[in-house]
Design a protein around this ligand. Structure first.
Ligand SMILES: CC(C)(COP(=O)(O)OP(=O)(O)OC[C@H]1O[C@@H](n2cnc3c(N)ncnc32)[C@H](O)[C@@H]1OP(=O)(O)O)[C@@H](O)C(=O)NCCC(=O)NCCS
Length: 166
């Protein structure tokens, strides 16, 4: 039996989602700041409904509890067929190999379902857990982007990692 299931987030997920975010503050640390209030969750759902975006919730198959989130954003088709990837896990389901299964499942969906050619993840050099997850899922480092993204008020360097369909 599969250990995880992918599904789209819905407004009904708001209470469990914000509870999980609040319980995961230490895990998320300085790396991500997901919606931690119902209004912010609603705004997130709105953003992900826009063309070129797709959100996936990873849930445990046995009890439907939230494992984590993977967001595909800026999906561009045509000659590029690429998207950016964002992800985070939720305590207490982190560290059990479930995000690895979830991210691999999203990559399969992106390549086979959405027919993308490339997924890109930008990761801060000090984010060991995220770098390890990307590596486990087969991503390769393509480059380094100084002062690439503004996080917690500062422009942070990022490593550029990518996975190709083939
Ligand atoms: C990055 C992040 C999503 C990784 O999530 P995770 O829950 O650690 O992912 P997994 O559980 O799939 O990782 C596998 C770990 O579980 C362990 N594990 C435990 N049981 C396992 C099992 N049955 N099968 C496989 N791995 C297992 C692995 O050994 C590995 O641990 P290790 O790092 O000690 O080697 C999480 O740390 C996170 O949310 N970080 C903050 C947000 C963030 O940085 N996002 C990315 C921004 S670029």
């Amino acid at each position: 039996m599969p250990r995880i299931v992918l599904r789209s987030p819905t407004p009904a997920d708001a209470p469990a989602f914000v509870t999980a975010v609040k319980a995961s503050r230490r895990l998320h640390g300085r790396w991500v700041a997901p919606p931690s209030e119902a209004e912010a969750f609603t705004a997130y759902l709105e953003r992900m409904r826009a063309p070129g975006h797709q959100a996936f919730l990873i849930v445990r198959a046995d009890d439907d509890s939230l494992v984590g989130v993977v967001n595909l954003s800026h999906i561009v088709m045509g000659a590029l067929r690429s998207a950016y990837l964002g992800y985070y896990a939720f305590a207490p389901n982190a560290g059990q190999g479930l995000m690895t299964l979830g991210l691999k499942a999203v990559c399969r969906e992106a390549f086979q379902g959405l027919r993308l050619h490339r997924l890109e993840a930008n990761i801060q050099p000090g984010n060991a857990a995220s770098l390890a997850l990307a590596r486990r899922c087969g991503f390769r480092q393509e480059g380094f982007s100084p002062r690439y993204l503004k996080i917690n008020g500062r422009w942070r360097d990022h490593e550029r990692w990518a996975l190709l369909a083939d």
